[in-house]
Design a protein around this ligand. Sequence first.
Ligand SMILES: [Zn+2]
Ligand SMILES: [Zn+2]
Length: 258
Amino acid sequence: MKKIPGRCTEAVINLKKTKRASFEEVYFLVRIMTIFDYISLVEEKGNTTNDIRFKTFYKGHAVYIRPHYKVENINPKSQDWSIDFVLTIHRIINNKEIFIDSLGIEYDGHPSHFTPDRLLSDRKRDIQILIKEHVNLLRITKDIVTESFIEIEKAIFSFFDRKISIIDEVQSKTLSYINSLEDIPTLTTCQLCNGIGRLNFQDCPICHNMGSTPENQKIDLSEFEIFTCGKCGGITSNDCEFCAGEGKVTREIALSMT
Ligand SMILES: [Zn+2]
Ligand SMILES: [Zn+2]
């Protein structure tokens, strides 16, 4: 077993005192800590509910181990729930830790965990924990720890690997989308409507109310010198305030008709 730094050991021993964790629970926590290459203690002042965290790394990601993780009980009269410990994984982007997901580990070492009533209430509790805290739970028994601890290690790392690969995919797809946006031509103010988007009481026929056109788009303004009056629809008999009964307006007048 790897060596755990003194400050971490001290914190674990305190946990046994202050949170009344059983020896097996504490031993199991220490074993989990040893599956990582490096471990350090993070102390948070002022946060009394989930106050002790151990920090480590996995494949370039920050990982926290948070023992006795408190979750508010669905029944306000009952005691808060406590998950034996929760592992959270974070991607480090620009020196910021971005939370990815969490895995809670419950050590069901004591035979009292296996009475029918307890099995039922634990399952109900697990559902509420997933709803409220989004913590996926892995329940471990004493036999699993003694006989196949390596499987627990595999399960944790497999969970992390899966989360990392999902985030990798999202990040690379997002990046390629952003890169594809750079292929969009530079836009320039529409020469016909001068960026207003409308003229002659209609959407601009060139930019279609966008107000801008791709810089390289060829525009022949000579096609847009005269417009059928957008107010009267070209009914020449009508005494129209825009075309004065002509039925047609110049571009200059059309531009005032938005
Ligand atoms: Zn336009
Ligand atoms: Zn008119």
